[in-house]
Design a protein around this ligand. Structure first.
Ligand SMILES: Nc1ncnc2c1ncn2[C@@H]1O[C@H](COP(=O)(O)OP(=O)(O)OP(=O)(O)O)[C@@H](O)[C@H]1O
Ligand SMILES: [Mg+2]
Length: 302
């Protein structure tokens, strides 16, 4: 296993960008479930919903905010300050849309996503310093010491928006679901990062494929890929394990469970929707592999 990023000793939060070129790679579930796990371990976590589909925001208790509310996009355009777009992550406990229908998740905050982020590639492309937007936001507006970790749920594109994210979150977690197209997507992601390192070196671009997260994998009772339940999936995992550069980067597999698919409509991350689901053990194993210890007392960011 490759060495993991050491726990931050200063005020700089550890940062991971979850990416995958093909849609449905498992980015949102990865970000949300890891975020909930880390928060539960006592780490203060900020999730950034970069994707115009804004599934992370929905899953963490937010429908589209009323017009005029600050979002990641209005932070990007400079119309709002970062702090105005940050909300406490929450999960649904009752029907309806009032605040009483949700319970906050301790230690977990969210930068609200928006469909407007679909315009981000163009907006940033027209700005000579576009690739630096997030770098500048963090530099000027991120409160020192407020979060221990930041997780970025990137959209399924490999353009300037992704480059701007991985400039500040160089540890990229490439996500693959249970089909071979995700392996191709992983190759493309790696090439994009390689190109970035060679062309953007002067900006301090160091992003690399640090880990691979494979999810929705049918496992048998012994924890092996259940080929009967998915030969294609087995091929995906074999390909990664046979690849000398990828094999050491593969995180513990997240097993297949139908309960994941229910979480978005229920607006309850897996830990709250199905607390006895065995896939949560896999999420915990991922957090262990990334080196996040269990802290004794729950720390609160607010
Ligand atoms: N371990 C799992 N078991 C079963 N289904 C899973 C698992 N992990 C993810 N899924 C399902 O796979 C689909 C894709 O996952 P997810 O939404 O996290 O991917 P994504 O990369 O964020 O997709 P998008 O590109 O649409 O944003 C979803 O329907 C999700 O519920
Ligand atoms: Mg998603």
């Amino acid at each position: 296993m490759l060495p993991t990023q050491p726990p931050s000793t200063d005020d700089t939060p550890r940062a991971y960008a979850f990416s995958g070129q093909s849609g449905g790679a498992g980015k949102t579930q990865g970000v949300v479930n890891l975020g909930v796990e880390l928060a539960n371990r006592g780490h203060r976590v900020l999730i950034w919903d970069i994707d115009p589909q804004r599934s992370a925001s929905h899953l963490l208790g937010y429908q589209d905010p009323p017009g005029g509310h600050a979002t990641l996009f209005s932070v990007l355009t400079g119309d709002n300050k970062l702090d105005e777009a940050i909300v406490p992550a929450r999960y649904r406990i009752a029907a309806g849309f009032s605040d009483a229908a949700f319970r906050n998740i301790a230690n977990l905050d969210l930068v609200l996503g928006t469909p407007d982020m679909a315009d981000a590639e163009v907006t940033l492309g027209h700005d000579p310093a576009g690739i630096l937007w997030l770098h500048n936001v963090l530099d000027e507006q991120l409160p020192a010491g407020r979060w221990d970790a930041m997780l970025f749920d990137c959209g399924p594109t490999l353009g300037i928006l992704l480059l701007s994210v991985v400039l500040v979150a160089p540890q990229v977690i490439g996500c693959v679901n249970d089909e071979y197209k995700y392996v191709i997507g992983l190759t493309d992601l790696e090439s994009t990062l390689d190109r970035g390192r060679s062309k953007l070196r002067r900006l301090g671009f160091q992003a690399h494929l640090a880990h691979i997260l494979a999810t929705n994998i049918p496992l048998d009772q012994r924890g092996n890929v259940d080929r009967k339940a998915g030969a294609i999936t087995d091929d995906v995992i074999r390909t990664i394990r046979n690849h000398p550069d990828w094999a050491p980067r593969l995180l513990p597999l997240i097993r297949r469970s139908i309960r994941f698919k229910e979480t978005i409509v229920k607006q309850r991350p897996l830990r709250f929707h199905a607390p006895s689901c065995t896939a949560l053990e896999d999420v915990a194993a991922m957090a262990d592999t990334l080196g996040f210890e269990r802290r004794n007392s729950t720390r609160r960011g607010r």
